[in-house]
Ligand binder design. Structure first.
Ligand code: CP
Length: 304
């Protein structure tokens, strides 16, 4: 972390295992209903250039639970629509008193650019196809509520991995702890080069092989519009890759089913899978609050 980006959370890739475990440990001490007002008087600016439900609401609730003031700026309805640049928007939000900036942007590197030019911590809430670090942290937090360790865990990630910043952050995080990861999907969504993301990654083109014996099955959203431009039809995708109860049964009996959301029932997974006892989807959303409380408290030097 350079001086210019100190306190920022821009990606999982450069973090050490100790730093990740440290954040998870802070998160375990966070209770949104009984939080100390560690951030009283601090201003958290949420700048979202893309739609969000989970990330946006949980960062806002996390900040407010810690006593901070929050302001939400969306690209629609703000001066971004009038053509204001990313950096000028950042300078403006700093000038009105932001102490920390949480940003989601369609372009990879937008949070890093802000962090290099602003003298406040910047938190990446998802940038293009690059990373979504807070999602990877809350997913690790969720897995560790069910499993003793990440080391040696067999994790299947099924769906659109190529376009997924969630997948990239998850792969970086899980690899640091010795998880065994299998990626699964059609070549357009899981190209062979995905194996370069980390050592020991496996790629398979059959959902059955990916899920067989898995401890964790992570399903990623698949956009119908993307399938429209590919060789595989929607019906073929569903037939070959949709996670169904029959396929989930191939995983270990105590496997958990994860999805970062938003879920598209009937496409990448069935409704029965989304709502089954093994599904940790709602837990993931819930865990977003303490994990993001930890991220904000650490960014502002109040994590103890
Ligand atoms: N997982 C996730 O980032 O969801 P949102 O797009 O709703 O924030």
């Amino acid at each position: 972390m350079t001086k210019a980006t100190r306190g920022s959370l821009l990606s999982i890739e450069p973090l050490g295992a100790a730093e990740i475990l440290g954040l998870l440990s802070i998160a375990r001490r966070m209770n949104p209903l009984k939080a100390r007002p560690l951030l009283r008087g601090r201003r958290v600016l949420l700048l979202f250039y893309e739609p969000s439900t989970r990330t946006r609401s949980s960062f806002e609730i996390a900040a407010q639970s810690l006593g901070a003031m929050t302001t939400l700026v969306l690209s629609s309805g703000s001066s971004i629509e009038k053509g204001e640049s990313l950096l000028d928007t950042g300078y403006t939000l700093r000038a009105v008193g932001a102490d920390v900036l949480v940003i989601r942007h369609p372009h990879a590197g937008a949070p890093l650019l802000m962090a290099k030019h602003l003298d406040i911590p910047v938190i990446n809430a998802g940038d293009g196809m690059h990373e979504h670090p807070s999602q990877a942290l809350l997913d690790a937090y969720t897995i560790l509520q069910h499993k003793k360790t990440l080391k040696g865990l067999q994790v299947a990630i099924v769906g659109d991995i190529y376009h997924s910043r969630v997948a990239r952050s998850a792969i970086h995080l899980l690899s640091k702890f010795g998880a065994r990861i299998t990626l699964c999907g059609p070549p357009e969504l899981v190209p062979e080069l995905a194996a370069n993301l980390a050592s020991g990654l496996q790629i398979t083109r059959t959902a059955e092989e990916a899920v067989h014996g898995a401890d964790v099955v992570t399903v990623l959203r698949v956009q119908k519009e993307r399938l429209a431009g590919m060789k595989i039809s929607l019906q073929d995708y569903i037939a070959r890759y949709q996670i169904t109860i029959a396929r989930l049964k191939l995983a270990k009996r105590d496997a958990i089913l994860m999805h970062p959301g938003p879920i598209i029932r009937g496409l990448e997974l069935t409704s029965e899978v989304a709502d089954c006892p093994q599904s940790a989807i709602v837990e993931e959303v819930r865990n977003g609050v303490p994990v993001r409380m930890a991220i904000l408290a650490k960014a502002l030097g109040k994590a103890g």
